[in-house]
Design a protein around this ligand. Structure first.
Ligand SMILES: C[S@@+](CC[C@H](N)C(=O)[O-])C[C@H]1O[C@@H](n2cnc3c(N)ncnc32)[C@H](O)[C@@H]1O
Length: 224
């Protein structure tokens, strides 16, 4: 009898081991070399020409890495401009199987972003809205698992408060152009007040990445 149980257990272990590669595969990233080439081409063709308050490349790459690492799928960007950060975010989402809603209030920048997304081959992953984010962010249902806040800095705290209930536990809220005066940061008082507000949210784990223009990275650990 004991021998039968032992054999049964070994059999179950072997079956589980045989299933594992399939499960790992199901969770793995979608590869699309042709899309990669298209995205790399627009990034290289426009290199040094992102002059519309766009993120520096180092921050774009950081956004990409955060999404890939967290396997995030439902992203929101506030402040599209001409689409530099949006390209990095949507490129990562094309691999995780996700999509991006991005908002800008400026019609010219919105139109240029649409053109850039098209050239990058990423339009199908992006829902670009021409709107005032003050009202649209309140209206969007979510839920989101990744947010990049990069529009009007004096509204940062309101965006955070409006999005918090729509951000999944395990999700990541990032905010651009933040510095810490206690670490020699030179940004304005409103950046410091916002930083302290986000750090006081005990259900978030927050760090500041200063490799580029200051990216505040806040992981939602629990609902409250
Ligand atoms: C710093 S730029 C965004 C740069 C962009 N993330 C990138 O890296 O390519 C900020 C953008 O926020 C937009 N913006 C400012 N206030 C806004 C509002 N209330 N609603 C929507 N967009 C707004 C501006 O028009 C501007 O294009």
């Amino acid at each position: 009898m004991k021998r039968m149980i032992k054999f049964g257990l070994i059999f179950c272990l072997l079956i589980t081991a045989a299933m594992l590669p399939g499960q790992v595969k199901a969770q793995s990233l979608k590869e699309n070399p042709a899309l990669d080439e298209k995205v790399k081409k627009i990034l290289s063709d426009h290199s040094g020409q992102w002059h519309d308050m766009n993120v520096p490349t180092v921050d774009g790459k950081l956004l990409y890495d955060l999404i890939i690492k967290g396997k995030y799928k439902s992203a929101l960007e506030i402040g599209t401009s001409t689409g530099h950060s949006g390209i990095y975010i949507a490129w990562a989402l094309s691999k995780t199987g996700g999509n991006l809603i991005t908002i800008d209030i400026d019609e010219d920048r919105h139109k240029t972003a649409l053109e850039n997304f098209k050239q990058a081959g990423l339009s199908e992953y992006i829902d670009a809205r021409l709107a005032d984010a003050h009202s649209l962010v309140k209206e969007l249902k979510g839920p989101f698992d990744f947010v990049f806040s990069d529009a009007d800095k004096n509204w940062y705290k309101n965006y955070f408060i409006d999005i918090d209930p729509k951000l999944k536990v395990g999700g990541c809220f990032t905010t651009h152009n933040i510095s810490d005066r206690s670490m020699g940061g030179r940004r304005g008082a409103s950046s410091q007040v916002y930083l302290e507000y986000v750090r006081s949210q005990k259900n978030y784990e927050t760090t500041l990445n200063t490799a580029g223009n200051g990216l505040l990275i806040s992981y939602k650990k629990t609902e409250k």
